[in-house]
Design a protein. Structure first.
Length: 131
């Protein structure tokens, strides 16, 4: 019943102009219809190190450019992404997160202070870091 509900919820939300962000650790353990539906209806996606089951489904979505092996044992800090612009999906790309020593905590604090002065509260309540 849960998969059927989500499958009906997403198109209804889109009709109302609501964007949905989902974050899943793995596609394994969820109904196969739901994982296929999610990948068939996703706009943009980032895929990090994946288990075998997830890698198999991700390869179908990213194919023919990437295969199952690309998603298993990805180095920490790397991800494959496909970004959608105006409804058109781009080519897959490799993303690399910056090394921790490249984060500028001072700039992050200044951005947080600016948000408090401008809006009366930090837009992001957790630690803000900037690259």
């Amino acid at each position: 019943a849960g998969a059927a509900y989500i499958i009906s919820l997403i198109p209804a939300a889109r009709l109302r102009g609501i964007n949905i962000i989902l974050s899943l650790a793995s596609l394994s353990g969820i109904d196969g219809r739901l994982s296929d539906f999610l990948l068939d209806n996703v706009g943009s996606i980032a895929a990090f190190n994946s288990d075998e089951f997830s890698a198999m489904h991700l390869a179908k979505y990213f194919g023919p450019h990437l295969n199952k092996g690309n998603f298993v044992n990805i180095e920490n800090g790397l991800a494959y992404a496909k970004i959608s612009f105006n409804g058109a999906s781009g080519q897959p790309m490799l993303l690399r997160a910056p090394k921790l020593e490249n984060f500028n905590l001072d700039l992050g604090r200044r951005l947080k202070d600016y948000a408090i002065k401008r809006h009366g509260f930090p837009i992001i309540k957790n630690q803000i870091t900037a690259i």
